[in-house]
Design a protein around this ligand. Structure first.
Ligand SMILES: O=C(O)CCC(=O)C(=O)O
Ligand SMILES: [Fe+2]
Length: 318
């Protein structure tokens, strides 16, 4: 002990000691990550052993609609901690891209933070993070993918495993959205890309601020429009709360659109995380997901002091 250190200082943990404790926490790492992502704390793992908190309620009383709504899925004692853990530890992107319709090019600013992990069924990660072809088990050529795929970190992989057990489906992708406020949104779309295969199952988690999830039937194809006795499909509004999970499966994606509209009032001043698990069947799915959810910009990280996402400058990571 240095001669001048006071007794007080002796009992106060030093900066060095804190750093050491921090660095000894188990973390997931990969060359594609801007920084390592801690594993879930044991208390959270324990609470997540009790999922689903309640049974899913089927919503299938409308044409082509097949939902299971868990209200909630994440136990009440875990939902807040999981939200704060993921917001603090994950990195996100604010993706910009151009779309071309005929001669006009439009710049799109994705109105939320996004990130993605996973790889399609034609490849798989080995435990140390290298990628092999699923059928040959041989390393994939370096140029197989446009962006380097990222393995699902342990904290999200744990959630994936419990979700697979509950829903009976398997998933190879994890997409994460962060809506910083009521100004962030996702417009009407369906997750019906061909690379997901027919009738894809999508498990979608909500954490943090309550936001409305709107659903409406796709407009009928004029050539298919026939008079039937079936009643007109009615739009739906599900008030997704922290810890809720909604499984969309069957004919849902082929026939229904969903969105999280911008909102004012309510919990619009607070952030919300959405996590979806999906299964991409072919290489194009991997290219597409990284292009639109990571892009080419800098990562953002949650700043506990500023209470906002800030561009991560590669420093000051404990
Ligand atoms: O935030 C949500 O609940 C929905 C997100 C969504 O639809 C998507 O990422 O495809
Ligand atoms: Fe979606």
């Amino acid at each position: 002990m240095p001669a001048k250190r006071s007794l007080d200082a002796f009992f106060t943990p030093t900066q060095k000691k804190l750093r050491l404790e921090e660095s000894s926490k188990p973390k997931s790492n990969h060359p594609t990550y801007p920084y390592p992502i801690p594993e879930l704390p044991p208390t959270l793992v324990e609470s997540l052993g009790f999922v689903p908190a309640v049974d899913g309620k089927p919503i299938n009383d409308q044409p082509d609609l097949d939902l299971l709504y868990y209200q909630p899925y994440i136990p009440k004692d875990a939902e807040k901690d999981l939200f704060h853990f993921l917001r603090r530890e994950l990195f996100f992107y604010r993706v910009q891209y151009k779309i071309k319709r005929g001669p006009t090019e439009t710049n799109i600013n994705t109105p939320r933070y996004t990130t993605v992990f996973g790889i399609d069924e034609t490849s798989k990660f080995l435990p140390y993070g290298s990628i092999v072809d699923t059928t040959t088990n041989k390393p994939v050529p370096a140029d197989r993918y446009k962006s380097k795929p990222r393995p699902i970190p342990a904290c999200l992989d744990f959630l994936r495993t419990i979700t697979e057990n509950t829903t009976g489906y398997t998933y190879n992708f994890c997409l994460v959205n962060y809506y910083a406020s009521g100004d962030d949104s996702i417009s009407y779309h369906s997750d019906d890309e061909r690379f997901l295969g027919p009738d894809p199952a999508i498990a979608s988690f909500s954490l943090g601020a309550k936001r409305d999830f709107l659903m409406k039937h796709k407009p009928p194809n004029p050539s298919e429009k026939v008079e039937t006795s079936q009643s007109e499909p009615k739009p739906l509004k599900l008030p997704l709360a922290s810890g809720d999970m909604i499984l969309m499966h069957g004919k849902t994606q082929a026939n229904w659109l969903h969105s999280i509209p911008k909102r004012k009032g309510g919990e619009s001043g607070k952030g919300r995380i959405n996590i979806t698990f999906r299964k991409a069947m072919v290489k194009y799915g991997t290219d597409n997901y990284y292009q639109y959810n990571c892009g080419t910009g800098n990562p953002y990280k949650w700043d506990e002091k500023e209470e906002e996402m800030v561009v991560w400058d590669g420093k000051d990571i404990s």
